[in-house]
Design a protein around this ligand. Sequence first.
Ligand SMILES: [Zn+2]
Length: 165
Amino acid sequence: MTAGAPSTRVGWGFDAHRLDGEPPLMLGGVIVSDTVGVSATSDGDVLAHAVTDALLGACALGDLGEHFPSDDPASREADSMGLLRRAVAMAADAGWQAAHVDATVVAESIRVAPHRAPIIAGLADALSMGEGAVSVKATSTDGLGFVGRGEGLAVVAVLTVVALS
Ligand SMILES: [Zn+2]
């Protein structure tokens, strides 16, 4: 961090994947469906990807695809929560620690609520912060667009980092 720079920053993340792959569907490292899955080069964990991008964005450290390119076999095989942990280490090297995250899963027929507790616990652990600082919400698009047609799902996330002293 540059001397004199603000000690708090916000990052924003977005990710979407097609729902035309093999089950299971992972969100935040937790299996949320055994009947649908995404087609992706990785485990297709849209929640982990959006949160990782929000963290990298808050720290001005580029984006997920830059650090973990999908054509790199190591990235492809890595689980997405593992990539998030690597991004947390990069953020710490740059002088930042996550302090809060609020994510919204946008999906038509995937139920997040029954899995919310383990998802929050996993994100809090990966981000090295308390579960009370992790919010995971869900919404639909009222039948509109690619989400409404069940073709895919998306996640938006906003994340705050504070400077490590
Ligand atoms: Zn993704």
